[in-house]
Write a new protein. Structure first.
Length: 112
């Protein structure tokens, strides 16, 4: 079965958008790792120079709050990019699209 030019173009656009989303997620992940490694290292070293042990310095709430909360945001970003959704799945989106396309078609037919 041969795809027409419109279908091929549509598939190409969707593929490019998916790659753009993946690239954005990977950049987000790399920045998350680098920034949180820097924060954890500097805060831990600073606290250890103040007399705390490594365990006390590293597992301080202030040291871990940034990666925990940012990690939650990163998890939501990953879920969006990889299509995991507890509430709004791809099937749900497709059903909604079909519903609205059908409604628009019925509205157009009514006025003709």
């Amino acid at each position: 079965m041969e795809l027409n030019e419109f279908e091929q173009n549509d598939k190409l656009i969707r593929a490019r958008n998916k790659v753009k989303e993946l690239k954005g997620f990977y950049i987000h992940l790399i920045v998350y790792i680098l920034v949180n490694a820097f924060i954890a290292t500097t805060v831990t070293v600073a606290r250890m120079s103040g007399g705390e042990s490594f365990t006390e310095a590293f597992f301080n709430v202030g040291t871990l709050s940034t990666p925990i909360f940012w990690g939650i945001g990163l998890a939501f970003h990953a879920a969006k990019v990889y299509g995991f959704s507890v509430f709004f799945s791809k099937d749900w989106e497709e059903r909604q699209i079909r519903k609205y396309v059908e409604k628009d078609k019925q509205d157009a037919d009514r006025y003709l």
